[in-house]
Design a protein around this ligand. Sequence first.
Ligand code: HQG
Length: 182
Amino acid sequence: MDEKALKRMGKYVSFLLRHHPEEAGVILDEHGWTDVKDLIEKVSPLYPLTEELLHTLAFGKDKQRYEFSEDGTRVRAVHGHSVEVDLGYEEMMPPEILYHGTAEKSRASIEEKGLLKMSRQYVHLSERIDQAKEVGRRHGKLVLYKVNAKEMYENGIKFYRSTSGVWLTDQVPAKYLEEIKN
Ligand code: HQG
């Protein structure tokens, strides 16, 4: 399967695991898990998903997106949800600095209101600057922020680290943001 087709299929799988499982009759449990065989069956009218391809999608070139249960029979997205699921991640001390990439069109609102979770369950922050750049560019002309995570943490704001290494938090007040000019 070529890269483009794989990417399209991945978007659909993520759409089901993160946002609208009901569109294909997929059932997520309260922690976001679903049965691998059932998922493959529900995706099959649209895409030729196999267990092997699901593993390829899970451990993508750029980052991990899904994880499997120990026995390999269940799968869930590790970040990005808009559906209410309890991922069970433990609160953790973040690195001193995290990054968030966004687009020019959001700058004014972000500088006024800070980073909000918008349609997702959490605000997503990156450990690596190149990853934040990539995330930002998906939305338009890149604007990059440094997030003073340590200061937030010291002020009692909670952070969670997803299995993929993406950091999750409820919101980032504007005072903890600093734009990095490219
Ligand atoms: C912006 C991907 C206006 C925010 C990525 C972003 C990530 C505001 C957009 C993960 C705002 C939401 C999530 C405010 C935030 N006013 N705009 N106050 N606060 N925004 O897609 O972080 O590759 O929901 O800057 O790698 O871009 O799919 O979030 O531009 O980890 O695995 O509102 O999704 O993971 O966009 O991406 P999104 P995101 P995957």
